[in-house]
Design a protein around this ligand. Structure first.
Ligand SMILES: Nc1ncnc2c1ncn2[C@@H]1O[C@H](COP(=O)(O)OP(=O)(O)OP(=O)(O)O)[C@@H](O)[C@H]1O
Length: 270
């Protein structure tokens, strides 16, 4: 088995309960630098809760979360975002009345240094920074094949494109770890195939990816490593080839859709 790269993010025996419900239990896994790691599991398995633990929405009851060698357990979300850990959401959260380009520029403000005094005075330094930001926003739009709709009102675009704009907005903040929450949800077959290339392209540009996704065509094709949760516990982890043949994983998915786990037969792979 090939070696995995050094960990960018590590969870070590992380747990959280809501009342009597053990939503995540003694969970340990790592996301290696430059990897695409998939987090999968049946509905209610705890995937969203894991996202919320990593991004500081919830504080773990037990365990430690590390960014490289630094403990980030329980830090507030804005401090976790400063490390470059950023996420997309299942629901569309674009700004109404703003163009695609303006939405992407809004995403950049997560990481700009400009303060509001400079903004009011419109100093030469500020104008220079704004020009650079616009150029970078255009570059992100081009990368995601959205340059043709840069001036369109974002919320008037078809659903699949709106999701891509959301992704562009998050990328504009230059994440080091991009957490994707069901990016294929609601996409048609063609859009979902395009998404595979987009995710691979994002990784090739140097961004590490953690992906929660129900669409096994996406998960099995793009990930290097998969972590499977069921009832808050890790029941398996490994390469896509290992996961699709794991009896515990197949059993956990029985009753959901048997074929879902089996989709990634060799002939389906790119
Ligand atoms: N804030 C909360 N308060 C109480 N229970 C919660 C809370 N958040 C999640 N849960 C419970 O924790 C369990 C795990 O939920 P979670 O949303 O993380 O699962 P999931 O794997 O993301 O599911 P899905 O695939 O349906 O999105 C569920 O039983 C859920 O009801």
């Amino acid at each position: 088995m090939s070696e995995r790269p050094a960990a960018l993010l590590s969870l070590d025996n992380v747990g959280i309960s809501f009342g009597g419900l053990r939503a995540v239990d003694r969970l340990s896994f790592q996301v290696g630098e430059g990897e695409i790691v998939g987090l999968i599991g049946p509905n209610g398995a705890g995937k969203t809760t894991v996202f919320n633990l990593i991004t500081g929405v919830y504080r773990p009851g037990e365990g430690e979360i590390r960014w490289q060698s630094e403990a980030i357990t329980g830090l507030p979300s804005y401090r976790i975002a400063r490390h470059g850990i950023m996420r997309t959401f299942q629901t569309i959260r674009l700004f109404r009345g703003m163009s695609v380009l303006e939405n992407v520029i809004a995403g950049q403000h997560l990481r700009t240094r400009q303060n509001w005094v400079a903004g009011l005075l419109s100093t030469p330094a500020q104008r220079r920074e704004e020009r650079a930001l616009r150029q970078q926003a255009h570059a992100v739009l081009e990368r995601l094949d959205l340059d043709g709709v840069a001036q369109e009102e974002a919320t008037s675009l078809p659903y699949g494109l709106q999701r891509r704009v959301e992704l562009a907005r998050t990328l504009a903040a230059e994440p080091r770890l991009l957490i994707l929450d069901e990016p294929a949800a609601g996409l048609n077959e063609q859009e979902s195939a395009g998404l595979n290339d987009t995710i691979l392209g994002i990784r090739d540009s140097g961004v590490t990816v953690l992906l929660v996704e129900h669409d096994m065509n996406v998960v099995m094709r793009v990930t290097d490593h998969i972590v499977v949760l069921n009832f808050g516990r890790k029941i398996a982890e490994g390469t896509p080839a290992m996961i699709r043949n794991d009896p515990q994983v197949i059993e956990a998915y029985l009753g959901v859709d048997d074929d879902d786990v089996g989709v990634a037969s060799e002939e389906n792979r790119p």
